[in-house]
Ligand binder design. Sequence first.
Ligand code: LLP
Length: 427
Amino acid sequence: SRTAARTADGVLSIGGIPVTDLAEQFGTPAYLLDEADFRVRARAWRDAFGPDADVYYAGKAFLSKAVVRWLHEEGLNLDVCSAGELAVALAGGMPPQRLALHGNNKSVEELEEAVKAGVGHIVLDSFQEIERLAAVARAQGVRQPVLIRITVGVEAHTHEFIATAHEDQKFGLSLAGGLAAEAVRRTLAEDALELRGLHSHIGSQIFDTAGFEVAARRVVGLLAEVRDEHGVELPEIDLGGGLGIAYTSEDDPREPAEIAASLAGIVRRECAAAGLAVPRLSVEPGRAIVGPTTCTLYRVGTVKPLAGLRSYVSVDGGMSDNIRTALYDAVYSVTLASRTSEAEPMLVRVVGKHCESGDIVVKDAFLPADLAPGDLIAVPATGAYCRSMASNYNHALRPPVVAVAEGAARAVVRRETAEDLLRLDIG
Ligand code: LLP
């Protein structure tokens, strides 16, 4: 993150605080979130897209009340995809108008809560949901603003489980076969729904902007068809999230300004060619805002050298606080955080304390050969989809999220306790 530095005696510091102090105060493992970095990244997206667009932070990447406050203060909107995320968004004080609700199978209760709260946009994902939401809105006497999520048929080059715009997957209504056009017809026919526009999300951890550009063209293409068929120009389009971040020095992410210029340019040109007014644009970055802001701090418990192979470094967390390595073959780096060392580098695999051999945090990395129990190590770029996908496997207690800013640290999400787990276990 931006404020990561080394103290004079070689200790990694975040937000001006040595991690040795943070470990003492908050224990390990812990997610250390650089608040200034979060705000700078949020603002960079906001500024890049400007006043004619909306930036919805994707709460699934990581959400807490503090994050909601920061987003509100920095002028961002928020995308939620469940009643749980909606509850945090409202508790954090985000005006409901600035929320969008996503999901391929929102429950009737979730739709009712969202309509009742006054959520700004609900993104429709199926024919059944059009009817379901219309009934909910009608019952509450509300005309609910909606977008329709369309599948644009782009193959995004990312892991299969996080690519979402090719045809054979569960999200959206596809352009091919006319499902998207039929969804527009059915939505326009519902008095209780106000169709504001179209939505596309092509996947996650994507570096190449070409996929977004194709998506933008196809979305505008459908806007033109809608105008031709129904005589309405839908005023909004949302091109989703998915911008990749650097997990290691090999990755070369695009800057928000570059993305904004490219997307806004394409939308403008395509609209001009089709004779359409330029719709209001929105995007939904999650990982690109929060991912780089956070590192996970672990304490080394054991170091097990396997002759001729590598050393296994076991830490006090693992797949319960970062499932991404096991689930997506995600690549992370690691650094010795509590001191520096002149020792030779040794090949290591950083593993957790869970009861399976796939419990890997960092698959291949180098750490100094004098690494010893008690050392602190830090894994960068764990702000997105780590705490939010954390589990209680083996009854692990999920780590706190510690926000550091200008020399002060506080837990914005505290560490779980055995009592937290036992409270749910009612015998
Ligand atoms: N908008 C929609 C509709 C989404 O489904 C997502 C992510 C986003 C925005 C935000 O995407 P981002 O900018 O964060 O890439 N657990 C996986 C990522 C799943 C992403 C799901 N949807 C991972 O850890 O890589």
